[in-house]
Design a protein around this ligand. Structure first.
Ligand SMILES: C[S@@+](CC[C@H](N)C(=O)[O-])C[C@H]1O[C@@H](n2cnc3c(N)ncnc32)[C@H](O)[C@@H]1O
Length: 232
């Protein structure tokens, strides 16, 4: 099929594809301002506790996709899991590594573009976490298939998805830099680089990829979370 000049592989606008890691690198400086928001912390802890309840025996390998500054990776590692976080923004990873080190936790953080590949053998992980990241996935059904592949059969997959209704998560005390960087976001939406899903769309995608929904919740900021189990 002939592509329009200037368009990216998936129909988005090509220059934005190259700019994406740069956008997230800029965001890395202020991403953890989110930790100032009590509702973010509550949501994070609830999601991780929820997920940790399903731990069985020594099944403890976890992949955190789009780990950012490692907030989920670190909370999961604190509960004794062996975690690998992946992200394509090197500055996010730098902060994640520093935070894990400060907490004396061993977490592996690697530079990976999940829209290209998930470079892990089949059945490498017992759990996968994908928090506030699905909106950046180019081909969601293919992505979910890859997750199913890297998970062991009947593995656990936690999805935290930003609602299309979420307006702003900028805390009152957020730095000026964060306020500025937040304003860049609509440009990425317009360039089709960010896509949010309604609950029904998410449920359909998860079911089509043969994930069984075990539990579901909506946070105060309307972000949705699903705890699912992959097929056998
Ligand atoms: C909204 S942040 C969420 C960070 C973290 N999961 C959290 O909840 O704190 C989205 C993350 O996905 C990463 N990301 C976006 N597109 C990516 C891609 N194609 N490959 C790898 N990471 C990506 C960004 O760099 C960013 O760190």
């Amino acid at each position: 099929m002939k592509r329009k000049k200037g368009s990216g592989e998936d129909g988005g606008i090509r220059p934005f594809y190259r700019l994406e890691p740069a956008f997230w690198n800029i965001h890395s400086a202020t991403w953890d301002d989110k930790l100032l928001l009590p509702e973010y912390r509550e949501h994070l802890e609830a999601a991780v506790n929820w997920f940790a309840q399903y731990r069985e025996g020594d099944e403890n390998r976890v992949l955190d996709i789009g780990c950012g500054t490692g907030n989920y990776s670190i909370e999961v590692a604190r509960r004794g899991f062996q975690v690998e976080g992946i992200d394509f923004a090197s500055r996010m990873l730098k902060r994640a590594r520093a935070k894990a080190q400060r907490s004396a936790l061993k977490v592996r953080f690697s530079l990976v573009d999940f829209n290209k590949a998930l470079p892990f053998p089949s059945h490498s992980f017992h759990y996968v976490v994908c928090a506030a990241t699905l909106q950046c996935v180019k081909e969601p059904l293919r992505f979910l298939q890859k997750i199913s592949d890297v998970l062991v059969p009947s593995g656990i997959f936690l999805v935290v998805a930003i609602s299309p209704h979420l307006r702003s998560t900028i805390p009152g005390k957020a730095s000026l830099w964060r306020r500025i960087s937040w304003r860049i976001k609509p440009i990425f939406k317009a360039a089709k680089r960010i896509r949010r899903y309604r609950r029904e769309e998410l449920v359909d995608m998860l079911r089509a990829s043969r994930f069984n929904i075990l539990e579901e919740a909506t946070a105060k900021d309307q972000s949705m979370r699903f705890l699912t189990r992959s097929h056998e």
